[in-house]
Design a binder for this molecule. Structure first.
Ligand code: SD4
Length: 346
């Protein structure tokens, strides 16, 4: 969604009295992989999104989750693993230069360098992560190699790049002409701080349950636009931007990563599900915790997305404007997340 259309969407949502309580569903035609289809008339859904028992489901953050889910679904419907599905799924926005917050074409840091954060986790607590990775288009696949070929969980910066190159990943320029122009414009405005706000936080987090009953998750981002060089958000941090416990469920997050790090947000969501809350209730409780404890919550966006081991999905966010894509057998949807707080004054 463009910044303008998201602003319009935020304004529009604020006028809908029921929006804070109910997810709004946009049913997509079977096989649709184009976020433009989200313009179809929305319908209101009171039902939890649940996959049929024993069948697969994949969920992911934002509109670019729709084509990402389609790639993941191609694996899941053939009986493939959730781990393969989430890796292949999030590679779609990583490779798309028009997705400005993930992979190629992502917003750079304040020095003009595109640096990427990603992590992946399977159903057996195996996990891998990279942070501050430059010049490699698919950080999620490097994260998987960290998980499978090293005894470590996370590699950062130059070490992560050296590892990626040793693993055969090609170096390439990730700063597209558009991202360069936008960075130049930002420099002219003389803003010293990184920019992350209600319109600028479209990390992809993806969670899948496969037909073998196993969960996996992936999260990948270019992080906060024009961040201080070296800044790492929640997205590559296990427990903050992603967590999977196959006995309970999985959660991923989008938004201002510092808030998820301070609350270990995704671990919190999974632990709340362990106590018996539904995915949506667990996401709500985590958002409420953030709103109660962190004063910056008033001006920041945070969205959690969760999937239980029985295939029920749910989400909650701080402010209006977060949506998520769901794909299960015969069903493809883009849902507006319920939200907690009124939008901050402009
Ligand atoms: C971060 N959570 O780096 C990420 C930013 C983002 O959707 O875009 N989230 O803080």
């Amino acid at each position: 969604m463009s910044q303008q259309s998201r602003r319009d969407f935020i304004k529009m949502s604020a006028l809908l009295p029921v929006a804070a309580a109910l997810p709004v569903a946009v049913a997509l035609p079977a096989g649709a992989a184009d976020s433009n289809t989200a313009a179809a008339s929305p319908a209101v859904s009171k039902e939890a999104v649940v996959a049929k028992a024993g069948t697969a489901i994949v969920v992911s953050t934002w509109e670019h989750g729709v084509p990402a889910n389609a790639a993941a679904w191609a694996i899941l419907q053939k009986g493939g693993t959730a781990l393969d599905a989430v890796e292949q799924g999030v590679r779609v926005p990583e490779a798309d230069p028009n997705v400005r917050t993930v992979g190629l074409g992502g917003y750079p840091d304040a020095s003009g360098e595109v640096t990427l954060d990603a992590c992946i986790m399977d159903h057996q607590f195996n996990c891998g992560a990279v942070a501050g990775l430059k010049r490699i288009k698919h950080p999620i696949s490097v994260a998987r190699r960290v998980m499978e070929r090293t005894s470590h969980v996370m590699l950062v910066g130059e070490g992560a790049l050296a590892f990626a190159k040793a693993q055969g990943f090609a170096e390439e320029n990730l700063l597209t002409e558009q991202s360069y122009q936008d960075w130049q414009q930002w420099l002219k405005t003389g803003q010293a701080k990184s920019q992350i706000n209600l319109e600028n936080h479209d990390t992809i987090g993806m969670l899948a349950l496969d037909s073998h009953g196993n969960l996996a998750g992936a999260c990948t981002t270019s992080g906060a636009a024009y961040k201080l060089p070296g800044r790492v958000g929640d997205s590559p941090i296990i427990g903050a931007g992603l967590y999977v416990d196959n006995e309970v469920g999985a959660a991923t997050a989008t938004g201002q990563g510092e808030l998820m790090i301070k609350t270990v947000g995704c671990h919190l969501v999974v632990e709340l599900m362990r106590q018996g809350l539904s995915p949506q209730q667990a996401c709500l409780r985590a958002v409420e915790r953030i709103a109660a404890k962190l004063p910056e919550a008033r001006q920041s966006q945070v969205g959690f997305l969760a999937l239980s081991r029985s295939g029920e999905a749910g989400a909650y966010c701080l402010h209006s404007g977060f949506n998520y894509a769901v794909q299960s057998a015969g069903r493809q949807q883009l849902l507006d997340s319920a939200y907690l707080l009124p939008d901050p004054a402009p």
